[in-house]
Design a protein around this ligand. Structure first.
Ligand SMILES: [Zn+2]
Length: 392
């Protein structure tokens, strides 16, 4: 693998030895955002993805990331967090933490708590007190007030942790942090000599993404992607003692548990070379898949087939934009009624109800996420549609 000396160092370890392995140009910066008109959709903020492997710490870094393209506010809604499967997983995680760390009548803090659903679970399960930080937090008027809970509608900064939490947790946050080492060192400083504080981070599992060649899981919102090696090294470098790192939620996530340590180790061995095979396989799989799809899209066009994409989430959006798909797949369907009448970021396809397929049955249904294959295939049979189904 060629290694390029870049000006921008790895944000987790400071190394300048970053090996690029995956490029996508003009990808919508907010993959979960849909737009009211085709014009708005096509002119939405877009940026490039240049994924590189840090040869020193094993982090994957989008070296083309431009934070100015992202504007997180109350309108930003991540899509994953509503499925029953995900809720079951989160409940199990809360139970496990409360039991193993005996969190009863303690103080728990969540950084990036969203609406506070997970924090509430931690508080309920152990009769704890909870404090949540999130600029996008909104009070739910239907929710009964709970004086065990405090929400701070701001980004978490060092100024905020001047109390003594027994547990600090952040889920799906660290992959959005541009300067993760500074962030972790800041947290370490605030925790001081409270060595029995438990610190838990949950992030997407980049090793799983590489090994399964989960190509459409790369999104612009993430400036960095954590392999287990990179995650562990980051926390150690910031002065935490790591208790364990484990995959969770079908291997899609990584969870690290740590506590403030005595001091950061001075020298850690480089680990990037341990990931070179995984990175090379991912790159090869991408090239191969793109070639196959270009061929297939030409066929669809030549044969005048009607194709639709089922699912308007981030993966579908990455697929459409990475391949610059327009008239070959002119329409997207989605079960979420809030999305109907809107348009896909970047490529602009209109989003319809799946029921609309009955009037003009498609020849081909493309799905961006294989885990919905059975569900979608059943829905199509129910509507009497006999279409070929392809996984993007
Ligand atoms: Zn690094």
């Amino acid at each position: 693998m060629t290694s390029v000396e870049t000006n921008a160092p790895c944000p987790a370890c400071g190394s300048t030895e970053l090996s690029p392995f995956h490029q996508m140009k003009g990808i919508p910066a907010l993959s979960c955002t849909i737009w009211d008109s085709v014009e708005e959709a096509k002119s939405c903020p877009q940026g490039d993805i240049e994924l590189s492997l840090c040869q020193t710490c094993g982090l994957l870094v989008n070296t083309a990331f431009d934070p100015n393209l992202l504007h997180y506010d109350e309108s930003y809604k991540a899509s994953l967090h509503h499925s029953p499967l995900f809720t079951r997983y989160a409940t199990g995680l809360a139970t496990d933490l409360v039991d193993r760390y005996d969190l009863h009548e303690k103080l728990v803090a969540e950084i990036g708590c969203g609406k506070g659903d997970f924090l509430k679970m931690l508080v309920d399960q152990g009769n704890n007190r909870g404090i949540g930080f999130d600029p996008s937090y909104e009070i739910d008027p239907d929710e009964a007030p709970d004086d065990r809970l405090t929400f701070v509608k701001e980004f978490y900064t060092e100024a905020h942790l001047d109390f003594a939490p027994d547990l600090v947790i952040a889920r799906q946050l660290l992959e959005h942090v541009e300067e993760p080492l500074e962030f972790m060192k800041g947290l370490r400083r605030t925790l001081g000599d409270r060595h029995d504080t438990i610190v838990v981070f949950e992030v997407p599992n980049a090793l799983d993404m590489l090994q399964r060649a989960d190509l459409w899981d790369v999104i612009y919102e993430h400036p960095i992607y954590f392999t287990p090696l990179a995650l562990k090294r980051l926390l150690r470098s910031a002065g935490f003692d790591v208790h364990r790192v484990r995959p969770a939620f079908e291997g899609l996530f990584l969870i690290i548990e740590a506590s403030p340590g005595a001091e950061a180790p001075a020298n850690l061995e480089p680990v990037g070379h341990l990931l070179e095979n995984d990175v090379a396989k991912f790159a090869a799989a991408y090239t191969d898949r793109v070639q196959k799809w270009r061929h297939r899209l030409d066929e669809i066009k030549a044969q005048g087939k009607r194709a639709v994409l089922w699912g308007s989430g981030a993966r579908g959006d990455t697929f459409l934009n990475a391949l610059r798909i327009h008239e070959e797949i002119p329409m997207v369907v989605d079960l979420n009624p809030n999305k109907w009448g809107k348009h896909m970021a970047g490529t602009g396809q209109p989003i319809h109800s799946p029921q609309d397929l009955k009037d003009h049955p498609p020849d081909l249904v493309v799905i961006a996420n294989e885990i919905y294959l059975q569900e979608i295939s059943a829905s199509l049979s129910d509507m009497g549609i006999d279409a070929e189904i392809l996984v993007a």
